[in-house]
Design a protein around this ligand. Structure first.
Ligand code: AR6
Length: 350
């Protein structure tokens, strides 16, 4: 995966470079800066002294000394002063400059701490948003593997509204799967799920029965129609392999390969394996990442999953979280991965 959010201590990572949240003097401090200097040993401070400080929003590189990482990129994020002192611009610049320095040194794996989100007081959810958007937009143009290292899960924040919406959705779907008499979990996962999707099926039925479109009366036929279609799909699905079906979808959607693997957060090598091997067996996480990248509907996603021998289950919280995003047509893999990380589920991608 070109971009990954991981939990851990940045000083233990064996990568080409770790990015330090330093101050303008570059002479060490508390937080992650203190931890990095402690783990690297006094030679790091000696080299930092030769650098003559660093402006806020800029980045400078040193060797890693006793660290498992070969280099340390020292960047200085802004101190949060309420949001009207160009904090966002400066924080974006800190990420961008660090990545540019990494590129200049031909580094392939870089791990960032969440700059400014500790002693410098930048609100953690906003700091995360800036980090993800700057790193991922850089990765659209460059090949590199970038980790965003979260030190403790409790300090990982995503929007409260999003958390509530996901919780409500998961609860509703999970209970629905349990409550319908004679209904199996499998059938429940084939029902219309989002407001939009449910509405489309209701409209279909309303039309068939000569009713008004806004008639909200639930009708059992909705489910029967969906189920019988699924059987048809199932039989059709026996014809092509996952890879063949995926390539067809890419053509139909008019996307380029690069667009598809970048938006799926999977690396180029993996994508070319899938492309060149018609019998390639992907992981479920890869299939879902590709479905999101192609902006497939829930129904299309289920078909693609089936080609690879998988299904979405209403008994799996991770599947329901992904379903929440698909049914609401939110096709940003990084947003989905942030939510999965928040809920302690595995991330999508390779
Ligand atoms: N690994 C990964 N992340 C860590 C680690 C670690 N070992 N330790 C802390 N963090 P901060 P800032 C996280 O305060 O806000 C220093 O004194 C931490 O949970 O280190 O940019 C400098 O010298 C938080 O999310 O950096 C500056 O004076 C994130 O790293 C000032 O602090 C950043 O927190 C910079 O403040």
């Amino acid at each position: 995966m070109p971009f990954q959010i991981i939990l851990g201590d940045i000083t233990t990572l064996k990568v080409d470079a770790i990015v330090n949240a330093a101050n303008n003097s570059l002479l060490g401090g508390g937080g992650v800066d203190g931890a990095i200097h402690k783990a690297a040993g006094s030679k790091l401070l000696e080299e930092c002294r030769t650098l003559k400080g660093c402006a806020t929003g800029d980045a400078k590189i040193t060797k890693g000394y006793k660290l498992p990482a070969r280099y340390v990129i020292h960047t200085v994020g802004p101190i949060w002063e309420g949001g009207h002192k160009k904090e966002e611009e400066l924080l974006r610049s800190a990420y961008r400059r660090s990545l540019e320095v990494a590129k200049e040194h031909k580094l392939e794996t870089v791990a960032f701490s969440l700059i400014s989100s500790g002693a410098y007081g930048y609100p953690k959810d906003q700091a995360l948003e800036v980090a993800v958007s700057e790193i991922t937009s850089f990765l659209e143009e460059h090949e590199m593997t970038v980790f965003l290292v979260i030190f403790d899960r409790a300090s990982f924040h995503i929007s409260k509204t999003m958390v509530k919406q996901i919780n409500d959705y998961v609860k509703k779907k999970y209970l629905a799967a349990e409550e319908v008499p004679g209904d199996s979990i499998e059938n429940a996962s084939n029902r219309p799920t989002s407001i939009k999707e449910g509405h489309r099926y209701r409209n279909l039925e309303a039309e068939r029965r000569g009713m008004r479109e806004d008639d909200k009366t639930p009708h059992p036929r909705e489910f029967i129609i969906e189920e019988s279609r699924s059987l048809e799909d199932f039989l059709n699905d026996q014809e092509d392999t996952f890879s063949v079906h995926l390539l067809q979808l890419i053509d139909e959607k008019g996307k380029s390969d690069v667009e598809v693997y970048k938006r799926a957060n999977i690396d180029r090598k993996l994508f070319s394996k899938i492309r060149s091997n018609p019998n390639y067996q992907p992981s479920k996480a890869t299939v879902l990442a590709l479905a999101i990248s192609l902006k497939l509907s829930l129904r299309e996603t289920r078909r693609l999953l089936r080609r690879a021998g998988y299904a979405l289950s209403p008994a799996s919280r991770s599947d329901l979280i992904i379903e929440f995003f698909l049914s609401n047509e939110i096709y940003d893999i990084h947003k989905i991965n942030e939510a999965l990380f928040y809920f302690k589920e595995s991330l999508l991608g390779a």
